[in-house]
Design a protein around this ligand. Structure first.
Ligand code: CP
Length: 332
């Protein structure tokens, strides 16, 4: 494996091999596997899980890591091409990224969506431009339109359920005070489709996932024997559901327009996952969320603190899943 930027680049057999390695590393730790190896981590955006789990995973495999957060102790980085650099950024990624890459054996990059131009974010242009400057193994720590580390860990979490996550998987929009990126919903709808699940995207009007994301998931479902549909009808979507994956994202009808997005979500406070959402689900329907989650905005306390919640297991699974990725990228 040369890089880990998109589950689709791997395909299902390789994902399953990675997860078998993750389980093996849980059972049989290899504390010297990556001795002498260095992982660089560049975070253009905040993180708790991704940052801590990569550093912990690298240390548990005998390697080390460094973290760069531009503007917080290191130079602010310019990502745009052809601009006169007379603003806050002192360094361009065209120098900064090759320099960082030269100090490590693999580099991880987090670069969220700019949230202004949907076509540009869907094409993952900023991450692509940065990836092109890195001449060694690269890990996508969440880009504008993908979060493969989350998807891999969530695949593992679903594998751990009775019936291996079974069939009916509902990805539901959830409330947040402002627009959030499409990376997690795009990665998760694709991951569940790759697994062959019956995937239903449940969302209010104005919050449909872009056709490119739905088509990509449908193409994966066509290979796996799964299906992908969408609805605004919560009751029918949740009837018989085995898994409810809650996620907040911005209005695609008003992409890049914060004021219109705010207006679109003004009356959507009832899109907070509450116990009564499970009235017609499978009795043991489980709830997933990638975290961070705003309690009683996206998911109610009773659900997060109750037996349906898998959120802590999902977060834990980031560690073994990413250790498997690092092992495959760096073990000689
Ligand atoms: N789920 C996730 O990526 O968490 P962080 O943003 O805290 O890394």
């Amino acid at each position: 494996m040369q890089r880990f930027v998109d589950l689709a680049e791997l395909g299902t057999p390789e994902v399953q091999e990675l997860l078998a390695l993750a389980r093996r590393l849980e059972q049989h730790p290899e504390p010297q596997a990556l001795a002498g190896k260095v992982l660089g981590l560049l975070f253009l955006n905040p993180s708790l899980r991704t940052l801590a789990s990569f550093q912990s995973g690298m240390a548990r495999l005998g390697g080390s890591s460094f973290v760069i957060t531009p503007g917080q102790g290191s130079w602010q980085l310019e990502t745009r091409e052809g601009v006169v650099m007379n603003g806050a950024a002192a360094e361009h990624i065209r120098e900064g990224l090759p320099v960082l890459a030269s100090y490590c054996d693999a580099l991880g990059i987090r670069a969220f969506a700019e949230g202004k131009d949907l076509a540009s974010d869907l094409a993952d242009r900023q991450f692509g431009a940065m990836a092109a400057l890195v001449d060694r193994p690269l890990v996508n720590l969440e880009s504008a339109i993908n979060h493969p580390c989350q998807a891999l860990a969530d695949w593992k979490t679903l594998d751990e359920l009775p019936g291996a996550g079974r069939r009916r998987f509902v990805l539901s929009w959830a409330m947040h005070p402002r627009a959030l990126p499409l990376a997690v919903p795009a990665a998760i709808v694709h991951m569940a489709a790759m697994r062959g699940m019956e995937v239903i995207v449940l969302r209010p009007d104005g919050f449909a996932l872009p056709p490119a994301i739905m088509e990509r998931a449908r193409a994966a479902a066509a290979v796996s024997g799964g299906s992908v549909s969408e609805t605004t009808d919560r009751e029918s979507a949740l009837a018989g559901a085995h898994v409810l994956y809650a996620k907040e994202w911005g209005s695609t009808a008003h992409y890049g327009d914060a004021e219109a997005d705010l207006e679109a979500r003004r009356e959507l406070g009832h899109w907070c996952v509450r116990p009564d959402w499970f009235a017609r689900s499978a009795p043991d329907c489980r709830v997933m969320h990638c975290l961070p989650v705003r309690r009683n905005s996206a998911i109610a306390d009773e659900v997060l603190d109750g037996p349906r919640s898998l959120v802590l297991r999902q977060a834990y699974n980031r560690l073994p899943a990413q250790m498997a990725v690092l092992h495959r990228l760096l073990k000689s």
